[in-house]
Design a protein around this ligand. Structure first.
Ligand code: FES
Length: 237
């Protein structure tokens, strides 16, 4: 009979060279430095590193804005503003036009200068100024410049030397030498112009703002008749 060799009941298996470190003799793993772990240990203020300065942020790239549109309110505001500006310009323009003289001196509607020698002698036949459309008379009360248009319907009347009166050929109105109504359908006396009396240096030495007769001063040299300032004759009704 063969002799058998008894085997031990329980022999720990040989772990071998590749056995894990879980055996009693294995060393614990060394702790990793904090920096390597990526977190600072709690309660250790000295270990906190100052934060590194962040690089300047790049300006954000802006997306192209959509095309601007005018709202209804903005449009109405623009229209209102333009209307106000236009009205202001018109107001200023009209004011300037009215402030400026509309007629220049020497033309009808403006001032017309005549010599005192152009006036007739006292109560002599009137002389006329066609440019200014007036008759020059010299009455006992002084000189006058009488508008040549009839106060009825606007005809040009004439001087009738026989009757010593003004007579209108249209409807027969008649007026005295000083423009007073005598007869006919004309509703009022003849109209007259304002005038200034000037000396040889063109200084104003007398004036008649309502066209009523004033005597000529001894040093009068000229008369400036303002055909833009007409005074209506007195009504006889
Ligand atoms: Fe002179 Fe009629 S227009 S009387």
């Amino acid at each position: 009979m063969a002799e058998t060799t008894p085997t031990p009941a329980s022999t720990p298996a040989d772990p071998g060279p590749s056995a894990p470190a879980a055996s009693a003799g294995a060393k614990p793993a060394a702790p990793r430095p904090a920096s390597a772990a990526g977190a600072s240990p709690a309660g250790s203020a000295a270990a906190v590193k100052p934060a590194a300065p962040k690089p300047a942020a790049k300006p954000a790239e802006t997306a192209p804005s959509p095309p601007q549109t005018v709202t209804r309110r903005e449009f109405l505001n623009y229209v209102w503003g333009a209307s106000m500006a236009l009205m202001l310009v018109q107001t200023v323009g009209i004011t300037v036009l009215f402030a400026l003289p509309r007629f220049r001196e020497g033309e009808f509607g403006g001032k017309i200068r005549v010599s005192t020698a152009d006036f007739p002698a006292l109560n002599a036949a009137p002389t006329e100024n066609n440019l200014g459309k007036f008759w020059m008379v010299n009455t006992d009360q002084g000189i006058q410049a009488i508008y040549k248009v009839c106060t009825h319907l606007g005809c040009l009347y004439f001087w009738d030397d026989l009757s010593k009166r003004f007579a209108c050929p249209c409807h027969g109105s008649q007026f005295e030498y000083n423009g007073k109504w005598i007869a006919g359908p004309a509703p009022r006396d003849l109209d007259r112009f304002a005038f200034e009396v000037l000396d040889a240096n063109d200084n104003i030495i007398a004036e008649s703002p309502n066209g009523k007769p004033i005597p000529l001063p001894a040093n009068a040299a000229a008369v400036r008749v303002d055909t833009g300032r007409k005074t209506l004759g007195d009504s006889h009704f």
